[in-house]
Design a protein around this ligand. Structure first.
Ligand SMILES: [Fe+2]
Ligand SMILES: [Fe+2]
Length: 482
């Protein structure tokens, strides 16, 4: 019997979709493969391609045990195509086709819309690898370096996941889109990645941790709503991607948490109580908490922008068509059509920020964004617990949604993190209180010195409480002296 739980590693492209029986598709993917490897070598991690890295590889889609750990050189990583098991009798669970059997093939009228969704998701995956490619050189420990590379190879696998859908279901234009995914480059003037946050720099490790906390969490929200899709192969693909995504957010949350932990410990050891005594705190070789807040103030608004305009007919169409649902759609108790309901949206009304009830269908971006904010807020509270436990009088907060925005209702205004509107002149005076100045950036950069000895950690970050795969603190996660 065909095994669709465990992954077939006998083929060049590991998979649990019986690729071997679809010669045409297999050939198309084998043709795409060398371009992917070229992209990985050119745009994947800068250096360390010959080093052995202790990575997990998915060997199954069984939630109870899907990963296997072992040393591998990154270019030899077994990127594969993995779909969560098909659910018997699954239906379209929202929109105008609600109650119909989920589609195993793409309904012709939704082809263009679906292609757009798959391409936008696909484009973010290689983008983040490109953004993070130089970070290995300043890794604060081998543990962190390994986590970076794990995230990178899995984003590469997520690209494979979307490319599989493009090749299998979208014919010639799907193949062209798959090729384009290897051509665009994060931050490139002529061929940028599709979404703003994926063209920003990730200049240092604190940015990387903020990115994996915030931007990968946006990824989670997008995957969650695509996992609701009536197009079953997309749903199954996204469901398995979410399993991997959890680790990325773990890397972000614990990375920032360990940074905060170290700062608090160093302050206490030096007898510094005032978190704003920045010069003395920085002299300890740790990142002061107000600067951590400023970094958060950069990353959170950038990810809010990823949800698009608050009011969007596109997302209404995606929903109506049954292609992209809400976060935890099937757990929501309503009609799942939203034809008569409303949703409160923050907007600019007569020069003030006001809450306005909008048709729920066109406010779906806003709703997903609110669910995202709620998820973020829980993580920020866990960071605050660390600070509190250390007895330091400081709190991190998510800034107001009107702060520092480039897309949507608040893109043309200046607002403080508390949501107070300012003129251009007044904003210019306080800007550096809220966002990293160039000297803040220089200070963080000055701390980014690599720590490559097993068990060694850079001055600004605490060791993890437990290692990966239950390894000890001085485990050699990356064999640098190979
Ligand atoms: Fe991803
Ligand atoms: Fe991710």
């Amino acid at each position: 019997m065909l095994d669709l739980i465990n992954v077939d590693y006998s083929t060049q492209i590991p998979n649990n979709v019986d690729l071997a029986s679809d010669r045409q598709l297999l050939r198309a993917l084998e043709k795409w493969h060398p371009g992917y490897i070229d992209w990985w070598k050119a745009m994947g991690p800068d250096g360390f391609q010959e080093q052995l890295v202790y990575l997990r590889t998915a060997v199954s889609v069984d939630p109870k045990g899907w990963a296997k750990f072992g040393y591998v050189k990154m270019p030899e990583y077994r990127w594969g195509i993995l779909l969560a098991p098909q659910e018997e009798g699954r239906k379209v669970n929202f929109g105008q086709h609600m109650g119909e059997p989920a589609w195993q093939e793409i309904p012709g009228e939704y082809r263009a819309m679906l292609r757009r969704l798959v391409v936008i998701q696909g484009d973010t995956e290689p983008a983040s690898v490109e953004q993070q490619r130089h970070l290995g050189k300043t890794a604060p420990s081998l543990y962190d370096m390994r986590n970076l590379f794990q995230v990178n190879v899995e984003e590469g696998r997520h690209l494979w996941a979307m490319v599989y859908l493009l090749h299998k279901y979208f014919g010639r234009d799907g193949r062209e889109e798959a090729d384009e995914l290897l051509v665009r480059r994060s931050g490139d003037k002529d061929k940028p990645r599709m979404l703003g946050a994926f063209n920003e720099e990730t200049p240092d490790w604190l940015s990387f941790f903020m990115f994996t906390f915030f931007t990968d969490r946006d990824g989670k929200m997008q995957l969650e709503s695509l996992a609701q899709s009536g197009f079953d192969p997309l749903s199954r693909t996204c469901r398995f991607m979410l399993t991997e995504e959890a680790h990325h957010m773990f890397v972000g949350e614990t990375g920032v948490g360990r940074t905060i932990q170290r700062t608090c410990e160093a302050m206490k050891a030096a007898g510094i109580e005032d978190p704003n005594d920045i010069a003395r705190i920085r002299a300890l070789g740790v990142i002061d908490l107000p600067t951590v807040q400023k970094k958060l103030n950069v990353h959170y608004p950038l990810t809010l922008d990823l949800f698009g305009a608050e009011i969007s007919t596109n997302s209404a169409n995606f929903y109506n068509a049954g292609l992209k649902g809400r976060f935890q759609e099937t757990k929501i108790d309503d009609d799942h059509r939203l034809t008569n309901s409303t949703y409160p949206v923050l907007k600019m009304v007569d020069g003030k920020i006001a809450k306005v009830d909008e048709p729920a269908l066109t406010a779906l971006n806003m709703r997903l964004r609110d669910d995202y904010t709620e998820d973020c807020a829980k993580g920020v509270e866990r960071w605050n617990k660390i600070i509190e436990k250390e007895g330091i009088n400081f709190r991190l907060d998510l800034p107001h949604v009107a702060f520092n925005r480039r897309i949507g209702e608040f893109r043309n205004i200046n607002a403080t993190p508390a949501g107070i509107l300012l003129s251009d002149t007044d904003w210019a005076k306080v800007r550096d209180d809220y966002l990293p100045s160039s000297s803040d950036g220089d200070f963080i950069a000055s701390l980014m010195k690599p720590a490559y000895e097993p068990g060694q950690y850079a001055s600004w970050i605490a060791p993890p409480r437990i290692g990966i795969d239950s390894k000890s603190g001085d485990f050699e996660y990356v064999k640098i002296a190979a």
